[in-house]
Design a binder for this molecule. Structure first.
Ligand code: NDP
Length: 339
């Protein structure tokens, strides 16, 4: 269309267990005609997120699956190149479900205009976007932290976990982060200002976690599952709350994950705990505006910090995604598209 060479990454094969580069294919594609009242978009930054792994499975537990040969799903910051839509003008910056593609045609469904455009614009995919909101809604609505309580969060250096811990500090809590390796632990402790950071790869991880939580765990924000969950389980206090946000340790397990369900059930009962799974989308209407106010304020006064892990070029998206699943990212994973 109009001399645009659009490119996209499609799902070439369904992984069983860990995905590989061969499961993706980069290809040119022909943009469909713009529907009446629709828009043409150019993606500028693409968000890479853990949920995409679940969408690669045939029966995805997390919204729809990507079909074989279909564009990988995903959100992007995009520029409106052409618009017949009454709510958008050429040059507007929007959040759009473009998928892993350089361009997209849209009828306006799922679009959100960024007005004002945050600086940097990439924040709208991370700290001021879906991951930041997931942290805010899960912690504040389900975790309901009270001053003096201990809040533990897994994957603490990531876009969700980093905001959870900093919001816990703002709520007057002790914030304990779990992260993989010394570099991430140092970042969580020194840059993000958590009270303690514990390396889940250390052989004595469970003992170190217990030592970092002398009064037990009042709120555990679960991003991971697996052995990390098993280490937190003995530490819960009476009436502890668990916002169950993600289980990334299990996303590449093709069978059922190991773990002692009976012990989990016993602790939930005897500690009178609340274990509540959630998708951030259920809280958007009621809490998104207050989230933007609180977290923008935290960024402005330095109480909320964040990092972005930006790679250039659509072709690099599969490798960036695999790096994230392996824990080799530091901060929100983004692909910069300059097509
Ligand atoms: P992250 O950057 O936190 O996710 C990648 C990180 O996960 C890796 O860097 C790694 O960190 C950690 N990780 C991967 N495998 C393991 C493992 N086996 N054990 C422990 N840690 C592991 O991404 P996000 O902040 O975007 O997402 C965090 C979680 O939140 C995910 O589970 C995601 O699916 C979930 N989520 C849920 C939403 C909802 O609405 N419910 C919305 C958005 C995200 P490390 O090196 O520290 O181990």
């Amino acid at each position: 269309m109009n001399g645009i060479t659009a490119r996209r990454i499609v799902l070439a094969a369904r992984p069983s267990g860990w995905p590989a580069l061969d499961d993706f294919r980069l290809e040119p594609f022909t943009l469909p005609p713009i529907p009446a009242g629709g828009l043409l978009l150019r993606a500028r930054y693409l968000s890479i997120d853990p949920y995409m792994r679940m969408r690669m499975d045939e029966h995805s537990a997390y919204a729809g699956s990507v079909g074989l040969g279909e564009t990988m799903h995903g959100q992007a910051v995009a520029e409106v190149l052409r618009s017949e839509h009454p709510d958008y003008a050429e040059g507007d910056t929007v959040l759009a479900p473009t998928g892993w593609a350089t361009h997209a045609v849209s009828d306006g469904t799922g679009l959100r205009k960024l007005d004002p455009v945050p600086e940097p614009v990439t924040a709208s995919l991370g700290v001021l976007g879906m991951p930041g909101f997931t942290a805010y809604s899960g912690l504040m609505v389900i975790g309901a932290p009270k001053p003096g309580e201990t809040v533990v969060v897994a994957s603490a250096s990531g876009p969700v976990g980093s905001v959870v811990g900093q919001l816990a500090k703002m709520a007057g809590c002790r914030a304990v982060g779990i992260a993989g390796g010394p570099e991430k632990c140092r970042y969580v402790l020194e840059d993000l200002g958590f009270d303690a950071a514990v390396d889940h790869r250390a052989p004595d991880f469970a003992e170190r976690l217990a030592a970092a939580c002398p009064g037990g765990v009042d709120v555990y924000f679960e991003n991971v599952g697996g052995p990390v969950w098993q280490a937190v389980l003995p530490l819960f206090t009476k009436f502890a709350r668990v916002p169950l946000c993600g289980l990334i340790a299990q996303y590449n397990e093709s069978g059922r994950a190991d773990g002692d369900l009976a012990e989990t059930m016993r602790v939930v009962l005897t500690k009178n705990m609340t274990l509540r799974g959630f998708f951030n989308s259920e809280f958007v209407e009621e809490h998104f505006a207050e989230f933007l106010r609180v977290v923008s304020g935290g960024i402005a006064d330095g109480r909320i910090r964040y990092r972005e892990d930006v790679t250039e070029g659509l072709a690099q998206a599969p490798e960036a995604f695999l790096r994230m699943l392996r824990g080799q990212n530091l901060g929100k994973v983004l692909i910069k598209l300059d097509e």
